[in-house]
Design a protein around this ligand. Structure first.
Ligand SMILES: [Zn+2]
Length: 484
C-alpha cells in the first residue's frame, strides 16, 4: 500500500478499565480518550478533505505492525470495549487492560475504503487482554482464578467447613475420661495453599461456584493404580469415585472375571480433587486393659483338675487418639499418648499334670473316717458275713481304699446303693448301703478319694458301711489288710 503522509496523526492507545488512554504520540499530538470514544486533538482532523474524492483513513498498528485500516479509531475501541463489557457482565467491574500498543496513523487519500472488518479480526487475533486476578496457588501451581481475594478466603473456609465435625466412632471398650478435655480439632489443607495476585486473560476467570467446583471435584486426570492386597475392581472404582465400567473401558482385557494380580497397573481416569481437607482430631478416652490368663502346670493336681490361684482384675488406661480424615475418609487412627491408670492383674490358674494311676498298690486304707467295727468278717446268723460293718464315724464320707477303676456304681440289690472298685491287681473292694454315690462306672479313683456317703440303703438296720475286699473273685477278711 502506498502511503501518503499528508495530515498524518499518530495516536497510540492503551486501554484500561474500558477507557482507552493515549499514551504516546509520535507527532506530539495530545490524545485524550474518554470511555468508548476517541478524542483526538491536533491538526488535520477538522479539515481533512482536499476534494470530494479524498477521504481520511486510519492505519491500525498493533505492537508496531500494521494490520489494516479503519474509518475511525472508534471502530477499534468500540470493538474492544464490547469484549471488555462482556467480561464485566460476567464478573462485575474489572480492571481489564489491553497489553498491546495500538496506534493509529491518519492519512487522507483518494478513492480509498477502510478495511474495518479485517482490522477488527486482526485485533481479535492479536490483542491480549489482561486482568489482575486472585490465583489460588496449590502446591506452587495456580489452580484457578477469580476476581476477589475475599471470595477466595471465604471459599477456602467453606470447603474446610464441609468436612467437619468429624464423626469419630466410639469404640465399645472406650469411655470418655472424666478428666478428658474436649476433643481438639484442626482442619487444614494437606496441600500448601496460598493466594497470589496474577495477571491473566479474563476468560480464565471463574465465579465463586465454578472455582469451588474445580477445587473440590477437580478435573479429570489419568492415573495409574497399582493393585494392592485386597483390591477388587469394584473397590478400586469406589476409591476413585468411578464405576467398574469406567475401569473396563480404560483397560482393555480387564473384565469382571479378571483376577487382579498384586502390582498390576490399571489406568484410572477420574476427577482428582485439587484440595484435600485434612481433619485432625484428638480425643482422650479411657480404655479397659484386659487381664491375661496365666496357666501354671501343677503335678500336685491330677490331669483335668484345675484351681484358680489368683483372680484376674482388669486395668485402665488413658489414651489420646489422633484421627485423621482426608476429604471425609479416615486415613489414620493412632494413639499419641498413653498412660496406665491401673495395671491389670493376671488370673493365674493351675492345671494338673498328674496322671491318676488306675492300679492299686495293694496297701488298702481304711474306707471310713474312723468308726468302729460293729460286725466282723465271718459266719453270722447261720450264714457268711462277707465283709466288715463300720459305724460310729466322725464324718460319713466314704473313701476309696486303693487306686482303681469304678466297675459298679448305684443300686445293687441287698447292698442298696453301692460302689465296686477294681484295683487292677486281682483285688476289688465293695462299699454298700451308701446314702449317695459320688462316682460313675469308668471313673478312675485314687486311694483316699471320696466316692460316696455312708447311709442305710438296701438290707440294713442302721447307718453303717458294709465293706468287702475280694481277691481274685473270693471274699477275704479285710482285717488282714489293716493289721500291723
Ligand atoms: Zn455287713
Amino acid at each position: 500500500m502506498e502511503r501518503l503522509h499528508k495530515a498524518k496523526n499518530w495516536i497510540t492507545e492503551k486501554w484500561n478499565q474500558g477507557i482507552a488512554l493515549a499514551k504516546k504520540n509520535k507527532r506530539k499530538t495530545a490524545i485524550g480518550l474518554v470511555t468508548a470514544s476517541l478524542f483526538i486533538t491536533g491538526s488535520g482532523l477538522a479539515n481533512h478533505y482536499y476534494n470530494a474524492n479524498s477521504k481520511t483513513l486510519y492505519h491500525v498498528y498493533i505492537d508496531g505492525q500494521e494490520v489494516g485500516t479503519v474509518d475511525h479509531p472508534d471502530v477499534i475501541q468500540r470493538h474492544i470495549d464490547k469484549q471488555i463489557r462482556q467480561y464485566q457482565s460476567l464478573h462485575g467491574s474489572l480492571a481489564i487492560e489491553v497489553e498491546n500498543e495500538i496506534e493509529f496513523e491518519e492519512e487522507t487519500i483518494r478513492n480509498a475504503n477502510a478495511t474495518n472488518e479485517e482490522s477488527i479480526q486482526a485485533v481479535d487475533d492479536k490483542i491480549e487482554l489482561k486482568v489482575t486476578a486472585q490465583a489460588v496457588i496449590i502446591d506452587g501451581k495456580a489452580a484457578g482464578y477469580t476476581t476477589n481475594r475475599g471470595t477466595v478466603d471465604q471459599l477456602l473456609e467453606e470447603i474446610k467447613g464441609e468436612y467437619g465435625p468429624l464423626p469419630v466412632a466410639q469404640d465399645k471398650e472406650q469411655t470418655v475420661s472424666a478428666a478428658a478435655t474436649a476433643p481438639e480439632k484442626e482442619v487444614r489443607f494437606k496441600e500448601s495453599v496460598s493466594i497470589e495476585e496474577q495477571k491473566i486473560h479474563p476468560k480464565q476467570l471463574l465465579n465463586k461456584e465454578d472455582l469451588k467446583e474445580l477445587l473440590v471435584k477437580g478435573t479429570l486426570e489419568q492415573m495409574t493404580h497399582v493393585v494392592q492386597a485386597g483390591d477388587c475392581i469394584g473397590c478400586i472404582a469406589k476409591q476413585y469415585g468411578i464405576t467398574s465400567e469406567d475401569i473396563y473401558r480404560n483397560n482393555p482385557g480387564i473384565t469382571e472375571n479378571t483376577l487382579l494380580q498384586l502390582g498390576q497397573e490399571l489406568t484410572v481416569t477420574a476427577a482428582r480433587p485439587k484440595l484435600t481437607v485434612q481433619v485432625i482430631e484428638r480425643k482422650e478416652v479411657e480404655e479397659t486393659l484386659h487381664y491375661k490368663i496365666e496357666v501354671q502346670a501343677s503335678d500336685a493336681l491330677f490331669r483335668g483338675e484345675q484351681r484358680v490361684l489368683q483372680e484376674g482384675k482388669e486395668g485402665r488406661k488413658r489414651v489420646v487418639y489422633q484421627y485423621i480424615t482426608e476429604n471425609g475418609v479416615q486415613t489414620e487412627k493412632k494413639a499419641i499418648e498413653e498412660e496406665i491408670l491401673a495395671e491389670p492383674v493376671n488370673r493365674i490358674i493351675q492345671k494338673g499334670t498328674k496322671v491318676k494311676p488306675d492300679r492299686g498298690d495293694g496297701a488298702f486304707t481304711w474306707p471310713a473316717n474312723g468308726g468302729r467295727i460293729t460286725s466282723g468278717y465271718g459266719p453270722r446268723w447261720g450264714k457268711m458275713h462277707q465283709g466288715l460293718d463300720i459305724a460310729g464315724v466322725s464324718n460319713r464320707n466314704i473313701k476309696a481304699s486303693d487306686n482303681g477303676k469304678v466297675v459298679q456304681a448305684g443300686w445293687n440289690g441287698n447292698y442298696g446303693k453301692s460302689v465296686i472298685i477294681d484295683h487292677g491287681n486281682g483285688y476289688r473292694t465293695l462299699y454298700g448301703h451308701l446314702s449317695t454315690v459320688d462316682v460313675s462306672v469308668g471313673d478312675v479313683v485314687q486311694k483316699g478319694e471320696k466316692i460316696g456317703v455312708m447311709g442305710s440303703t438296701g438290707e440294713s438296720t442302721g447307718v453303717h458301711l458294709h465293706f468287702e475286699i475280694i481277691k481274685n473273685g473270693s471274699n477275704t477278711n479285710p482285717m488282714r489288710y489293716f493289721r500291723g
